[in-house]
Design a protein around this ligand. Structure first.
Ligand SMILES: Cc1cc2nc3c(=O)[nH]c(=O)nc-3n(C[C@H](O)[C@H](O)[C@H](O)COP(=O)(O)O)c2cc1C
Length: 313
């Protein structure tokens, strides 16, 4: 089984990806959080750092773009090719209220005719392989069949399906039956995404969909960075060599991320914000999560943060 790390804006940055790969590994494919393409300046400084080859050495990373303009897509694809990439991913799943009204992200699913036209123009001239990360539709899963029929017209490298519609955001139950339709008829690789938080979740999914070859992990991996390891062990795919203890690896992951953000960000506030985001997922696995989150959110600077780390337990 191929395990992929989901792109999570602000969280799965190159700092996180590198530290994760160093201490946990077991992820076969990474994606950058979405890069918004701008007319005048293709990538801003932060986005450029995400895709620079020296910041992604030794990892299989696919840059993800958020755009509905084939012109902007093609320009970015050429830049990414020059940087050495072979694949680019298009975001057709972002549910955000600032993205969807612009007909980007999941908003692209609302206009199937435009969607097909956009893909025709992208595929006609792309210098890179194209994969898509999509939801099932905007409002209801009845939309999925039509959207899927469009994807099937194109030689996608991979279709990653977050098994929800936009209106489900991140909380409503995943729609497995609709996901199954993508597997039935797809001429390309299909990757499942959504709510895999435990080895049991993974087992249930793969027992139901025996043809599945790839699973993407997002919040489950942030809550428990050892999840990919546990999944590969449970499927007998890991190398079974001596592993450092989980807590030591977690400590090393934390320290590397903390040092990484301190190096590239100015001021305690920004670094602290990043670490708060990191812990807001990780604390799920701690008892008294609410209490710990409350004390975390009150911290004002890195000195306070370091004291919090010591008493956190
Ligand atoms: C904070 C946050 C940021 C996200 N950023 C992105 C993104 O940049 N690109 C993208 O395709 N999906 C993004 N997603 C969606 C995730 O990649 C994933 O599809 C979703 O969390 C469901 O998978 P999970 O249940 O394994 O987390 C984001 C989700 C969250 C919660």
């Amino acid at each position: 089984m191929r395990l992929e790390m989901a792109p999570l804006e602000g969280l799965t940055t190159y700092i996180f990806r590198n530290a994760y790969a160093k201490y946990f590994g077991q992820i076969d494919k990474y994606y950058t959080p979405f890069l918004s393409l701008h007319k005048e300046k293709e990538f801003n400084h932060k986005e450029r750092q995400e895709v620079l080859p020296e910041n992604n050495e030794g990892l299989f990373v696919v840059p993800q773009v958020l755009t509905n303009s084939s012109e902007d897509f093609l320009r970015a694809a050429h830049t990414l090719k020059e940087l050495g990439y072979e694949e680019v991913n298009i975001n057709m799943g972002c549910p955000s209220g600032t993205v969807v009204p612009k007909k980007k992200g999941a908003g692209m699913l609302e206009e199937p005719v435009q969607l097909e036209h956009f893909l025709e123009e992208c595929f006609e001239k792309t210098p890179l392989k194209i994969s898509i990360k999509t939801r099932l539709g905007m409002e209801e899963e009845a939309e999925w069949e039509r959207i899927l029929a469009i994807y099937q017209k194109f030689p996608l490298e991979e279709l990653i399906v977050h098994a929800r519609v936009r209106e489900d955001y991140y909380k409503k139950p995943v729609r497995l039956e609709a996901f199954g339709k993508a597997l039935e008829k797809s001429p390309y690789q299909v990757c499942y995404n959504g709510d895999i938080f435990s080895v049991d979740d993974y087992k249930r999914l793969t027992e139901r969909f025996t043809k599945l070859e790839a699973v993407m992990l997002g919040r489950g991996l942030l809550r428990n960075p050892g999840l990919a390891d546990a999944i590969k062990k449970a499927s007998g795919e890991d190398e079974l060599n001596e592993q450092e203890e989980y807590s030591e690896k977690l400590q090393a992951l934390h320290d590397e991320i903390y040092a990484g953000y301190q190096k590239i960000m100015s001021g305690d506030r920004n670094v602290l914000f990043k670490m708060k985001e990191f812990w807001s997922y990780l604390l799920y696995s701690y008892p008294d999560m609410e209490k710990r989150l409350k004390s975390l959110h009150k911290l004002k600077n890195c000195a306070e943060y370091e004291s919090w780390l010591r008493v956190k337990g």
